[in-house]
Design a protein around this ligand. Structure first.
Ligand code: TSX
Ligand code: MN
Length: 588
C-alpha cells in the first residue's frame, strides 16, 4: 500500500519518503506538523527514554538537558564531504567523494538502520514563510532530539508543507544516528541533487541539516548559480537616537563572540541608541530591487556555545535561554539548574558533569563540555528585530569581517573598494583557542569564516564574491575588525563587548559618509578623535596601538597569505593575488 499522510498529498515527497523508508526500514513513519501538542508529545517521549532530562521547571521552565555520546560532541570536518561530479568542483579545502561512490557507501550504512525505530518526517523552511527566497527542506531522521531541535531552529511542520504544496523543489535530507560510531560517520552533500545524507552522528551541525548543511554548504552552491550569497554572518540593526536604522552583517570564525556581538548592549555613553538582533550565525544576501544588498536570517533559533555566556558577556543571551531551551552537554546542579564554565556566581561545590558523572569543585576536568550548547527560540530574545520575518530582509550598509589576532590586524579598517574588501575577507584568519583545539595561538586562515561551510571550490567562491560587485549598484562598505589585539604586556588592548559599539558607530558613520579616516597602505583606519572614547577609561595611546599598522608584521602576514592563495593554483582569481602583490610592493 502506498504511503499516505493527512498532512500532504505531494507525490514527489510521498514517493521519496517511501523510497527512503524502504531503505532504512523503520518500524513506523511519523509526519511532523510542528504543533505545540506534537512538541509536548515528543518531549514526553524523549523524557521517558532518557533522551531529555527535565531541568528544575521553576528555574528553567520548558527546558531540558540532553547528553550526547561523549564521542559525538562537535562537527566533524574530516568526515564531511562535498560530492560533486569532479574533485576540482569541491576544491582543495573540502573533502570530496564521487556522488555514485558516496551514495553506494552510505546506502550500505542506511540499509535497515532504522529497524525498531521511528522515522520522523521533518518539513522545514529556511527563511521567512512565504518568501520566494526561502528554501524548503525535508529531513528524515530517527532522532527525536534532532526533531525537537529542528522545531526550534527552523519554521517547522505544517507551514512548510503548505508552502511546498505540490512542488518537487525541496532539499532531500536523510539522517540516521546509527550506532554513533566515528568509524561509520559521514556527512555527505550532493549539491547537484539538492540532497544531504548524514549518518552516525546526532550532534548539531552534523545532524540539524537545515543549518550548516543546507543554509551554508548547499546554500552557497545555489547562491553561486542563482546570483546571491549564503554567508556565515550575524545580522544586526543599530538605531540612533533620531530613530535612523542601519543594518550590518558580520563574519567571524568560532570563538570570536559572534552571538555576543549580535546581542550587544551599547555602553552608557550611547543613551538612546538601540541594537537589534536579526541573526547570530547565517545570512542570505540578495540584491534588492533598489540595488542594495538585503539580508535574511534563514534560521528561527540560536544554537549557541554555552561556556562563557553570562550576565556580563551577554545578558540578552541569558534572557533568551531562560525558558523553552534545550541544553546539550552542560553540567547540572543538585537543584536541577544548568551550569558551565564562565557562568555568573560561585562555582558550585558539587555538580553532575556533562557525561552524567559526579564532579567536585577544583577538579581538573571541565564540568560542561567546551562545545556544550543551548538551542533557544529567537522569539525569546528581548532585542529581536521586528524584521526577522520580513520576506525582504533588511538592507545592509556595512559588511564586517573579523578574526582573533593578537597582532598585525588593527582594531578596525575600511577597505578601499569592493575588490579590496573581498581580499580582506579572503585573507581572514583567527588564532586558535585552547577550547577548540588544544593548541593555542596558531593562525588559521578562514576566509569569510566560510572555510568549513563552502559547498564548492573556495577559489570559485572568491570569484563569485568579486562578480557580485557588478550585480549590486549600491553595495555595502566592507570593513575588517579585530577585538583581540594584544599589547607588549600581553594584555588585550581593546575592552571589547559593549564598547565595540564605539567601533560600530565609526563603521556606520563611514558607511553613511559622515566621518573621516586616515589612509594607510592596507585600508582606511580611524584618526585620533574619530572613535568616541567618552566614559571609557582608556588612554588614547592604547587606541593608537590597537589601530597601528606595523610594516614588519605585515610583511610576514602577506607572505603567509601567499601560501594560502597558492593552494588554489590557476583557479585563484588573479585580482586577489594582484592586490596582495601591490600591497607587498608598496611596503618594500
Ligand atoms: O565576545 C567577545 N567580544 C565581542 C562582544 C560583543 N569576547 C569573548 C570572545 C570569546 C567568545 C571578547 N573577548 C571580546 C569581544 O569584543 N573581547 C575579548 C577580549 C577581552 C577579554 C577580557 C577583557 C577585555 C578584552 N577584560 C577586561 O577588559 C577586564
Ligand atoms: Mn557558526
Amino acid at each position: 500500500m502506498p504511503l499516505t499522510s493527512n498532512l500532504t498529498t505531494n507525490k514527489h515527497l510521498l514517493g521519496w519518503v517511501e523510497e527512503m523508508a524502504a531503505l532504512c526500514q523503520p518500524d513506523s513513519v511519523v509526519f511532523c506538523d510542528g504543533s505545540e501538542a506534537e512538541t509536548k508529545r515528543l518531549t514526553e517521549y524523549a523524557v521517558s527514554k532518557g533522551i531529555l532530562i527535565p531541568l528544575n521547571q521553576e528555574k528553567h521552565p520548558g527546558s531540558y538537558l540532553h547528553r550526547s555520546n561523549p564521542n559525538d560532541v562537535a562537527r566533524v570536518e574530516h568526515l564531511t564531504f562535498i560530492c560533486t561530479p569532479t574533485k576540482d568542483e569541491a576544491g582543495p579545502t573540502n573533502n570530496w567523494m564521487a556522488p555514485a561512490d558516496a551514495y553506494l557507501k552510505l546506502r550500505g550504512l542506511f540499509e535497515g538502520s532504522m529497524k525498531g525505530r521511528t522515522m520522523y518526517v521533518v518539513p522545514y523552511v529556511m527563511g521567512p514563510l512565504g518568501s520566494e527566497h526561502s528554501k524548503i527542506g525535508i529531513e528524515l531522521t530517527d532522532s527525536v532530539y534532532v526533531t525537537l531541535n529542528m522545531g526550534i531552529m527552523t519554521r517547522m511542520g505544517k507551514p512548510a508543507l503548505d508552502m511546498l504544496a505540490d512542488s518537487n523543489e525541496f532539499n532531500r535530507g536523510l539522517h540516521c544516528t546509527g550506532d554513533v560510531n566515528p568509524e561509520r560517520r559521514y556527512i555527505c552533500h550532493f549539491p547537484q541533487d539538492n540532497t544531504i545524507w548524514s549518518f552516525g552522528s546526532g550532534y548539531g551541525g552534523n545532524a540539524l541539516l537545515g543549518k550548516k548543511c543546507l543554509a551554508l554548504r548547499i546554500g552557497s552552491y545555489l547562491g553561486r548559480d542563482e546570483g546571491w550569497l549564503a554567508e556565515h554572518m550575524l545580522i544586526l540593526g543599530v538605531e540612533d537616537p533620531d530613530g535612523n536604522k542601519t543594518y550590518v552583517a558580520a563574519a567571524f570564525p568560532s570563538a570570536c563572540g559572534k552571538t555576543n556581538f549580535a546581542m550587544m548592549i551599547p555602553p552608557k555613553r550611547f543613551a538612546g541608541w538601540r541594537v537589534y538582533t536579526v541573526g547570530d550565525d547565517i545570512a542570505w544576501l540578495r540584491v534588492g530591487e533598489d540595488g542594495r544588498l538585503w539580508a535574511v536570517n534563514p534560521e528561527a533559533g540560536y544554537f549557541g556555545v554555552a561556556p562563557g555566556t553570562n550576565m556580563k558577556s551577554n545578558p540578552n543571551a541569558m534572557k533568551t535561554i531562560a525558558k523553552n531551551t534545550i541544553f546539550t552537554n552542560v553540567a547540572v546542579t543538585k537543584n536541577g539548574e544548568v551550569w558551565w564554565e564562565g557562568l555568573d556566581g560561585e562555582v558550585p561545590e558539587e555538580l553532575t558533569d556533562w557525561k552524567g558523572q559526579p564532579w567536585k569543585k577544583g577538579s581538573t576536568e571541565k564540568a560542561a563540555h567546551p562545545n556544550s550548547r543551548f538551542t533557544a527560540p529567537a522569539a525569546n530574545n528581548p532585542i529581536l528585530s521586528a524584521h526577522v520575518n520580513d520576506p525582504r530582509g533588511v538592507p545592509i550598509s556595512a559588511v564586517i569581517f573579523g578574526g582573533r589576532r593578537s597582532n598585525t590586524i588593527p582594531l578596525v579598517m575600511q577597505s578601499f573598494n569592493w575588490a579590496h574588501g573581498v581580499y580582506l575577507g579572503s585573507t581572514m584568519a583567527s588564532e586558535t583557542t585552547a577550547a577548540a583545539t588544544g593548541a593555542t595561538g596558531v593562525v588559521r586562515r578562514d576566509p569569510m569564516a566560510m572555510l568549513p561551510f563552502t559547498g564548492y571550490n573556495v577559489a570559485d567562491y572568491f570569484a563569485h564574491w568579486l562578480k557580485m560587485q557588478k550585480a549590486v549598484p549600491y553595495p555595502p562598505k566592507i570593513f575588517m575588525v579585530n577585538w583581540f589585539r594584544k599589547g607588549t604586556d600581553g594584555k588585550f588592548l581593546w575592552p571589547g563587548y559593549g564598547d565595540n559599539m564605539r567601533v560600530l558607530k565609526w563603521i556606520i558613520d563611514r558607511a553613511h559618509g559622515k566621518v573621516g579616516a586616515q589612509e594607510t597602505l592596507f585600508g582606511w583606519v580611524p584618526k585620533q578623535g574619530h572613535i568616541d572614547l567618552s566614559g571609557l577609561e582608556i588612554a588614547p595611546e592604547i587606541v593608537d596601538a590597537a589601530t597601528h599598522i606595523d610594516d614588519n608584521e605585515w610583511k610576514i602576514e602577506l607572505e603567509s597569505q601567499k601560501t594560502f592563495f597558492d593552494q588554489f593554483g590557476e583557479r585563484m582569481p588573479r585580482t586577489l593575488e594582484l592586490i596582495r602583490q601591490q600591497l607587498l610592493s608598496r611596503l618594500s
